[in-house]
Ligand binder design. Sequence first.
Ligand code: TYM
Length: 340
Amino acid sequence: MSDPKFTPRVFSGMQPSGGLTLGNYLGAMKRWVDMQNAGTHQTIYCMVDLHAITAKLQDPDTLRESTREVCAGYIAAGIDPERSILFNQSQVAEHTQLAWIFNCVARMGWMGRMTQWKDKAGKNAENASLGLFAYPALMAADILVYHATHVPVGEDQKQHLELTRDIAAKFNHDYGVDFFPITEPVIEGAATRVMNLQDGTKKMSKSDPSDRTRINLTDDADTIAKKIRKAKTDPDPLPDTIKGLDGRPEARNLVNIYAGLAEVTPAEVVAQHAGSQFGHFKVALADLAVEKLASISSEMARLMDDKAEIDRILRRGAERAREIASPILDQTYDIVGMLR
Ligand code: TYM
């Protein structure tokens, strides 16, 4: 349960590096829309452009364009920039200001244990950027500069959210305060880890060199249907219980994607399609995916026609974000002993 001392507030973010995938949609965006519509929390959603430059050099024009495209994706998926606060991270300087304090709270050992650091820096850590190493401290600042109580994300962000809790707890303990909330990760639903369409043991990712491994939110109906038809499966039909998906990662992935899109449980999908050959199931899945996703890509294209409007939405969102972040940063500086 979250601490009643804090306003119920959701924060989540996405890197504007490359396009949006079905994984981003089912693991994050769709659930952000649900949380916005539930009306139980204030909702704040962000394009984390400062995170996007940690792993590799981004072409400046492409980065600006991707930031707009992700913004268009959020809105097309159902984020309302009036009901939620929608902005890009670099426009609210409080994120990096708090991140510096957290760089001094977090320990080198904590950062070195992050699997994302190990995966991305690999054997070449000497050559990785300092920003990539400090990435999770900036992520903690993104969340805690709003005193966010809940963070909806996909499974792959779990470790970073545990670190966010550790940073909040260490800050509170070191300074003898109860100032930062211990944020709750919200990792829920059938599709918290959408897998690669050609290899069910790997995560679906925008950075995979092969486009056949993922569905992009910008794919048209034909492309979506074709990618699903060509997705790898095994020769057996759908089982009649979830247990029957054990050891069948590709089959499990398609069932989870169906469940995520249809907003039912994987057990319900299996019950409905038990005994079906994957050839048939894929047709049903392709129809469902086209029905749910095709309107997002056309709406994104429409929104991208008016870039000045997107920029205006982001500036306005940043102003609203700053109104919350600025007093929290001031109080943090005061706690730490910075003369104001
Ligand atoms: P990013 O940009 O990699 O992904 C954005 C969101 O999409 C989810 N996601 C997936 N979910 C299910 N299956 C997949 N295949 C899949 N691929 C991506 C991610 O879990 C994430 O929720 N570090 C974050 C960005 C970030 C952030 C934050 C998130 C920065 N600050 C503060 C939350 C709060 C990242 O790189 O996400």
